[in-house]
Design a binder for this molecule. Structure first.
Ligand code: CP
Ligand code: NVA
Length: 306
């Protein structure tokens, strides 16, 4: 594994290795055992969109691994003024040991990897959010004791989060049922790739418009904002279209009694999820947020250690 651009690009073994290293690093961190695997290494973090979790967990993670992280807002670096990805990748490869980038186009992340000579980590694009989906697999494992054969239901917008959950489920043997409204479906190519990957693990990928069918007997229920970054302009239209996909008590009643509720955050209570669900006993959102730290430390350690 040279980069983490998409979970579709990595093998099942590599995905499992990320989760097991994450568990090991989490346990070391909890016990206060130092683990300076990236001593003297430097990670550049390019952000073209806002972030709380990704920014803080990568920066703290790098510190805990003995290295250093630099926050590079695309408003402040020359990339935001039109410097090419080619020049940026080449220049930053001379200073840094790795780059985490959050941006719009998946192709920009891929070009950074193509033109640079250091590991690139996708910190979210319009298409994918691999660090979050791997984190979610760790969180599900912790709460359910396994992954294979479980049912993960995703209700709402067919977005970057959905795509990466499809890829993660397909690689790790988790059955993923997605229900979106018409017009807000997942990307066709992502669905086809996920179905192809799922053949190797036996995972079932089910895509529909029916939230009740999707959530039925689920072990884990997931939703995300109806308004991803960059889509704020279409708010009124979206709120109306998505209302039947709101994860509320009634819909949760179709999942297994011991189902857990996940959300990548930031969440908008009263829209994609009701307060009684997200703040209720089935919710594991803060374990999930914490696990970004441990999972990303594993990703950085695997990609950047000597
Ligand atoms: N879940 C997530 O990526 O959160 P941030 O946008 O705060 O980084
Ligand atoms: N789908 C959301 C995820 C935020 C972490 C967005 O792209 O804004």
């Amino acid at each position: 594994m040279k980069h983490l651009l998409s979970i579709h690009d990595i093998t099942t073994d590599e995905a499992q290795q990320i989760l097991s290293v994450a568990q090991d690093l989490k346990s070391k961190q909890k016990k206060g055992i130092p683990h300076p695997i990236l001593k003297n290494k430097t990670l550049g973090m390019i952000f073209s969109k806002s972030s709380t979790r990704t920014r803080v967990s990568f920066e703290v993670g790098m510190y805990q691994l003995g290295g250093h992280a630099l926050f590079l807002s695309s408003n402040d670096i020359q990339l935001g003024r039109g410097e090419t990805i080619y020049d940026t990748a080449n220049v930053l490869s001379r200073y840094l040991d790795g780059i985490m980038i959050r941006t719009f186009k998946q192709s920009d992340v891929e070009d950074l990897a193509k033109f640079g000579s250091i590991p690139i980590i996708n910190g979210l694009t319009d298409l994918l959010h691999p660090c979050q989906a791997l984190t979610d697999m760790l969180t599900i494992t912790e709460h359910k004791g396994k992954l294979e054969g479980l049912k993960l239901a995703y209700l709402g917008d067919g977005n970057n989060m959905t795509h990466s959950l499809l890829y993660a489920g397909a690689k790790l043997g988790v059955n993923v049922s997605v229900a979106t409204p018409k017009g807000f479906e997942c990307d066709d190519e992502v669905i086809a790739n996920a179905k192809e990957d799922a053949k190797k693990t036996g995972a079932v990928i089910d895509i529909s418009y029916d939230p009740v069918q999707a959530i039925k007997d689920a072990d884990a229920v997931y939703t995300d904002t109806w308004l991803s970054m960059g889509q704020e302009g279409s708010k009124e239209e979206r709120l109306n279209v998505f209302k039947d996909y709101q994860v509320n008590k009634e819909l949760m009643g179709h999942a297994k009694d011991d189902a857990i509720f996940l959300h990548c955050l930031p969440a908008y209570r009263g829209y994609e999820v009701t307060e009684d669900v997200i703040d209720g006993p089935q919710s594991v959102i803060f374990d999930e947020a914490e696990n970004r730290l441990h999972t990303q430390k594993a990703i950085m350690a695997l990609l950047m250690a000597d």
